[in-house]
Design a binder for this molecule. Structure first.
Ligand code: CA
Length: 234
């Protein structure tokens, strides 16, 4: 279940840079460069979260609509999580307060990595994973993300929280190679500080628990020079 982020930002360089980071973090990204387009995409594409710049140009048809207008309109219609991009820290109270109802803000210039971390935090806050039913299956392997259980056939498999997150992350991106940095980011969270090789140790332990033959893994594959991939369906 890939999450979709809508980025409304008129500065192409920033927009592309933000898109790149969200894509690296596994999101689908929609871009809009003016308010009306952003609003149309928010309504039509049902994104999971919106990144919204305050200062936006008039639309191609000349309609003036800045990020504050877009935020106000969206808030009347839905509870789509919104992170505002602002150049001025003093606007912040107004943005997050009742007046506009944005969920968070990032002050420019910002690091895209921080923005992605904020987006993930907002998504966790508004949609706790415990309320969503998510079961991942592959061969004999069943991972119940909601109940945080793992089974191989009829046998329960005891995983550490980190192994569990790694496995769920790999299975959600089935067939797609993920780098160690991505795995650290997805599975261990943005606050985790450590070496990428730590991932190898967790993967080794995980394989011992879920692979019929850990020395010849068929579920969690090594992608040389990249990282790891959950095997695609046969
Ligand atoms: Ca702008």
């Amino acid at each position: 279940m890939t999450q979709k982020v809508l980025v409304v930002e008129d500065e192409m360089k920033i927009a592309r840079w933000v898109r790149e980071y969200f894509e690296k973090a596994g999101f689908d990204v929609l871009l809009a460069h003016d308010g009306p387009t952003g609003l149309a995409l928010a309504r039509g594409e049902r994104p999971d979260i919106m990144i919204l710049d305050i200062m936006l140009p008039h639309s191609p048809s000349g309609e003036p609509m800045d990020g504050l207008d877009v935020c106000r309109i969206i808030r009347r219609e839905s509870d789509l999580p919104i992170i505002m991009l602002t150049a001025r820290a003093e606007e912040v109270d107004r943005l997050i307060g009742l007046e506009l109802g944005a969920d968070d803000y990032v002050v420019k210039p910002f690091s895209p990595r921080e923005l992605v971390a904020r987006a993930k935090a907002v998504l966790r806050r508004v949609r706790p994973t415990t309320t969503r039913e998510e079961i991942l299956r592959a061969g004999h392997l069943v991972v119940d993300v909601t109940r945080r259980t793992c089974a191989y056939g009829d046998e329960a498999v005891e995983l550490t929280p980190t192994e569990f997150e790694l496995l769920a992350t790999l299975m959600r991106h089935r067939g797609r190679p993920l780098t160690r940095a991505q795995l650290m980011d997805f599975a261990l969270g943005e606050t985790y500080i450590g070496y990428e090789r730590t991932i190898d140790v967790h993967i080794r332990n995980l394989r011992r628990k879920i692979e019929p033959d850990a020395s010849n893994p068929t579920y969690v594959e090594t992608v040389f020079g990249v990282g790891y991939r959950f095997a695609d369906e046969e």
